[in-house]
Design a binder for this molecule. Structure first.
Ligand code: HSE
Length: 326
């Protein structure tokens, strides 16, 4: 059976989902796409090339003034893909969309961190009570498959600790400052040109985005029930070229590291030996997972970006498809 999905939010990630579905040949039909200005709906399958072109030309995908809520409520489909901009404090509009989708008995796949940071346990409970799937691999590490790896591939093998570089923007800035000695401001400007920086750059450089990812990992992989306020956070804005010089002399670099260890959650810049696996460069993310039986497993990947993040969403969609027996 062809699985029907909606894409709610048609920014970089939502467009990436349309792109990857066009490039691949999976029996997944997009029956509606919504952005903040309207929507396009077609129960036979939205023409994705057309939708992407309209978004580029007109700044909106809309051919009707239907809203995201109208689509979630009134258009028949199995999976709602939520890719609206994140709002960390309250969960924002994404939280409303996800709750509405569950109410209408739709499975949810999302890249939106905010709803998970604000209401993880409540959303999981609603999904469980309604026999619905709730998948969010794309929220942490873009293309890097850390949540599903820890929960499924490593099933039966308790995860004891995770530490990692989980923010591409900060890692890019720190790499440029270290390698080329460029100023913090210049490196931030370059990262913005790459299109990976959050709408509010403080979310990246003050460590907020990394905190969100640590909260999501703590709740999903470690079964904790924590929120933003449970993480001790220091950002990268105060790191000077002199700090890099001193680190270099000792054989170290500086990376923003998020860690979960012995029930403690922390995000802070750390000295990392130059030959250490966490000394990854550029926009890459990397995570080292300490397991009970398999020792240390380290994975890396592109931590942000339209197609890369969409690849994680596609894998969650196809997981649901498989589990539903389609
Ligand atoms: N701004 C984030 C980053 C995007 O730089 O990693 C992915 O969450």
């Amino acid at each position: 059976m062809t699985l029907r999905i909606s894409i709610i939010g048609f920014g970089a990630v939502g467009q990436g989902v349309a792109e990857v579905l066009m490039r691949t040949n999976h029996p997944v039909r997009v029956v509606a796409i919504a952005d903040s200005r309207g929507a396009v709906v077609d129960s036979c399958g939205v023409d994705l090339a057309d939708a992407l072109q309209r978004k580029r030309d007109a700044g909106t995908v809309a051919t009707t003034d239907m809203t995201a809520i109208d689509i979630i409520e009134g258009v028949d489909h199995e999976i709602m893909v939520e890719t609206t901009p994140t709002e960390m404090a309250t969960g924002g509009i994404g939280l409303i969309h996800i709750k509405k989708a569950f109410e209408k008995k739709r499975h949810v796949v999302t890249s939106n961190k905010g709803p998970l940071v604000a209401k993880y346990s409540e959303l999981c409970r609603i999904a469980r009570e309604n026999d619905l799937h709730f998948r969010f691999e794309a929220t942490v590490g873009g293309a890097m498959p850390i949540i599903n790896l820890s929960e499924e591939i490593l099933a039966g093998n308790r995860v004891l600790a995770i530490e990692g570089v989980l923010n591409g923007t900060c890692n890019y800035i720190l790499t440029r400052m270290d390698d080329e000695g460029v100023s913090y401001e210049q490196a931030l400007g370059e990262a913005q040109e790459l299109g990976i920086v959050e709408a509010d750059p403080t979310a990246d450089v003050e460590g907020i985005d990394t905190v969100a990812k640590i909260v999501i990992l703590a709740n999903s992989v470690f079964g904790m029930d924590v929120g933003y306020e449970d993480v001790d956070v220091t950002g990268i804005t105060k790191i000077t070229p002199e700090a890099f010089k001193l680190a270099k002399e000792g054989g170290y670099t500086i990376r923003l590291i998020g860690e979960i260890q012995d029930g403690t959650l922390k995000v802070a810049p750390k000295m990392v030996p130059r030959n250490h696996p966490l000394n990854i460069g550029g926009t890459f993310n990397i995570a080292s997972i300490q397991t009970e039986l398999a020792g240390r497993i380290t994975i890396g990947g592109i931590g942000a970006g339209s197609i890369e993040t969409a690849s994680a969403i596609l894998s969650d969609i196809l997981w649901i498809k498989r589990v539903l027996g389609d």
